[in-house]
Design a protein around this ligand. Structure first.
Ligand code: NDP
Length: 486
């Protein structure tokens, strides 16, 4: 089973007070969990959610009694859903075991109900079917909103009115985008909170479920060697780099309304930054960690246009291959100024990080595919992270080796997909990796003035060739802070 961080690394905080009713012990014989994937006919459901649920089932992480329902407008039978889902399930964990058999067992627990997202009656029909499966047990219900954001509120209203759990918990996982700016995000939160308590809303940022991001806190707080170095005294700058080596490839419709700053920086990179830079939390409990992340976000300077470079990829011919420009994508308006690249310098005005540039760079259609955090230390000879060790053998010869953790080389087990971790956490009520509304507000507050200025002034992005290293401006921006991108 997936191991989770529990107490032990840091002093435990007082137990969290749950507002939820009793019955959230998902392994209790008398309770059951029903997971409804709202928008089950869509891409995310097929690509990520059902495969993650299967992987959890395969690993024995789902509770004994569980049912999965797909819900969408498309007309499908249970068999159609199973057929659709079976195409994307993989036996990636261990091909030698009885994976086919497990898949069959899993699919038998998947059902489908066709309904409108704004129909209380349709959700009441779902409720009836859920009750049949729950067979009188304490019911806990998880709704995964895998639908476009403009129908979130309708679906939450109808699900909460007609299909809330009668005696257990009801939780809702919401996918990004959480609005386009401070106002729309606040409006969405307000709308959701008409029907749900904050502790029922699980805002997913799948980056936070990634193994390496999870490991960031462990590395930092449970290896004594790092914490004393984690400040302006030793760290010269930190870089957060997201780069994709492909463009929107015909799926630019959604992207064009958001752009790279909203799609990657304001959420994924900023969340990682907050985790990286936060003060030591009282414990690894959800509220303690989220409290520290909010403090970092609130200590940051609002971004200004001078500290940002935006770019958009243009067509590029390499030999006989021509790579398209962003605006060649048929789903993108020809005159779009939406940035597909951005670089920014951010600052945290607190004692630990005063004056240290936190640089972010995110782009599509670049020369490389990676997500990276780079920490540049000051030029102090004492902080080489090389470890003295003895060379094996009878003599006493010393050697220096690098501190290097390559998961593939160290651990033979497959790394779980971020969605597996996050779904399991939502079922278990672990909120550490989900974004609280005050965090979201603070994140939008940092970026909203910049986003407005870019749009109102229709600032022209710097064009860079598809497959290149991005706009030259990003290098000048970094040079201003004595930084060379890694
Ligand atoms: P889809 O566009 O595939 O939509 C999911 C389902 O919602 C569709 O199958 C359709 O089901 C229904 N739907 C679509 N458009 C409308 C509409 N205008 N009105 C009512 N129903 C509609 O989305 P994805 O599956 O790609 O993504 C789901 C959510 O997750 C979105 O909010 C997206 O932004 C977010 N997301 C997606 C990622 C991905 O990799 N795909 C990554 C990160 C976030 P039906 O017609 O059967 O009702």
């Amino acid at each position: 089973p997936i191991k989770k961080l529990k107490d032990g690394l840091l002093p435990a905080s007082p137990p969290e007070v749950h507002k939820e009713p009793i019955g959230f012990d998902v392994n209790n014989d008398k309770s059951t969990v029903s997971i409804t994937v709202v928008g089950a006919s869509g891409d995310l459901a097929k690509k990520k959610i059902f495969p993650a649920l299967f992987a959890l089932y395969y690993e024995g992480c789902l509770p004994e009694h569980f049912t999965i329902f797909g819900y969408a407008r498309s007309k499908m039978t249970d068999a159609d859903l199973r057929n659709m889902v079976s195409k994307t399930l993989t036996c990636r964990i261990d091909k030698r075991e009885n994976c086919g058999e497990k898949m069959e067992q899993f699919l038998e627990r998947c059902f489908y109900h066709s309904g409108q997202y704004d129909s209380k009656d349709n959700f009441a029909e779902l409720d009836k079917k859920l009750k049949e499966r729950e067979a009188g047990r304490v019911s806990n219900r998880l709704f995964y909103l895998s639908i476009p954001p403009n129908i979130f509120t309708d679906a939450v209203r109808c699900a909460s009115v007609s299909a809330s759990a009668a005696n257990g918990w009801t939780r809702v996982i919401v996918e990004k985008p959480f609005g386009r700016d401070s106002e729309s995000s606040a409006a969405l939160t307000k709308a959701l909170k008409q029907y749900l308590e904050e502790d029922q809303i699980f805002r997913i940022d799948h980056y936070l479920g990634k193994e390496l991001v999870e490991n960031l806190s462990v590395l930092r707080f449970s290896n004594l060697v790092f914490e004393p170095l984690w400040s302006r005294q030793y760290i010269r700058n930190v870089q957060f780099i997201f780069s994709e080596d492909f463009g929107t490839e015909g799926r630019g419709g959604y992207f064009d309304n958001y752009g790279i700053i909203r799609d990657i920086m304001q959420n994924h990179l900023l969340q990682i930054l907050a985790l990286f830079a936060m003060e030591t939390p009282v414990s690894l409990d959800a509220e303690d960690i989220r409290n520290e992340k909010v403090k970092v976000l609130r200590s940051m300077r609002t971004l200004s246009v001078d500290e940002v470079i935006i770019g958009q990829y243009k067509s590029h011919t390499n030999g006989s291959t021509t790579y398209p420009a962003y605006t060649d994508d048929k789903t993108v308006p020809k005159d779009s100024l939406t940035p597909t690249f951005a670089a920014a310098a951010l600052f945290i005005d607190n004692a630990r990080w005063d004056g240290v540039p936190f640089l972010m760079k995110a782009g599509k259609a670049l020369d490389d595919r990676r997500t990276e955090i780079r920490v540049q230390f000051r030029h102090v000879p004492a902080i080489y992270l090389k470890i003295n060790n003895k060379v094996p053998g009878l003599g006493m010869r010393l050697d220096r080796s690098n501190l290097n953790l390559l998961y593939k080389a160290r651990y033979s087990k497959e790394i779980p997909d971020a969605y597996e971790r996050l779904l399991l956490d939502a079922i278990e009520g672990e909120r550490r990796l989900f974004i609280r509304s005050d965090e979201l507000d603070a994140a939008w507050a940092l970026f909203t003035p910049l986003l407005k200025e870019l749009e109102v002034k229709r600032l022209i992005p710097e064009y860079y060739p598809y497959g290149s290293r991005g706009p030259v401006g990003a290098h000048y921006l970094a040079a201003r802070y004595n930084v060379k991108w890694g």
